[in-house]
Design a protein around this ligand. Structure first.
Ligand code: HEM
Length: 207
């Protein structure tokens, strides 16, 4: 529970902030949404999140491009099945490549592009990651799908919203955010290869 529940959520936050640093226009738009709803409040709470549609689409897009557990969890088939013409014998270990599915050009327009608005007014508006839409399955699907999905999404949304509300983020001096290194370190959860080093400024004057 601890390893499945902590590393995964922090990794999503790291990738989400990395993508926003590389896309300053999207950073500006999502901060505008978050700060417009916060209206000067220093601590965003769960009820504020209901209206933060753009923030949620940023998280969805991050989960599409950077599923923290890209091969999900290995499972074993209980009986012989045929899927799309492939015979899968009983007791076969099955790995699902959510990373590749999330970038499949047959399923997504401009799959390599970080474009959260695809979930707001693009062609993928109704697609969600709750296990019903098989093109976006960072939490798996079915009876052994991730039981922590609601907890994880609340924590990620709350943390990201508060980070964006309270601070102005930038790449370190002398570096353009667009050049941020996005190399991955492979593992059960896929982290950034390099630490994410950013500079931040308090947005509100705290007295
Ligand atoms: C962004 C955050 C998270 C992601 C992407 C994620 C992803 C996954 C995936 C892909 C699976 C396997 C699903 C399958 O085989 O169909 C899984 C299983 C699991 N997750 Fe998560 N998870 C996250 C957060 C959490 C949290 C917060 C908890 C607990 C507090 C948690 C607890 C578990 C447990 C216990 C399982 C095993 C379920 C089983 O085998 O029946 N996860 N998770």
């Amino acid at each position: 529970m601890f390893s499945a529940g902590t590393d995964t959520s922090s990794v999503v936050l790291e990738w989400a902030v990395s993508e926003l640093i590389r896309h300053p226009k999207i950073m500006e738009e999502v901060q505008k949404e978050v700060r417009g709803i916060a209206r000067g409040k220093l601590m965003i709470t769960e009820t504020d999140l209901d209206e933060m549609h753009y923030l949620k689409s940023v998280i969805k897009e991050t989960l599409r491009l950077h599923p923290p557990v890209p091969l999900l969890v290995p499972r074993e088939s209980m009986e012989k099945v045929q899927i799309q013409g492939y015979d899968i014998p009983a007791k076969t270990t099955v790995l699902i490549n959510a990373f590749v599915i999330g970038r499949d050009p047959k399923l997504w327009d401009e799959p390599e592009k970080f474009w959260p608005k695809r979930f707001l007014n693009g062609g993928s508006v109704s697609v969600d990651f709750k296990g019903q839409d098989f093109q976006l399955i960072p939490f798996g699907s079915g009876r052994r799908g991730c039981p922590g999905i609601l907890f994880a999404t609340s924590i990620i949304e709350l943390t990201l919203a508060n980070l964006l509300n309270r601070f102005d983020w930038a790449a370190p001096e002398g570096m353009d955010g667009k050049d941020l290194n996005m190399e991955e370190e492979s593992g059960i959860t896929v982290h950034r290869k390099n630490d994410l080093v950013l500079s931040s400024k308090q947005h509100y004057r705290v007295v």
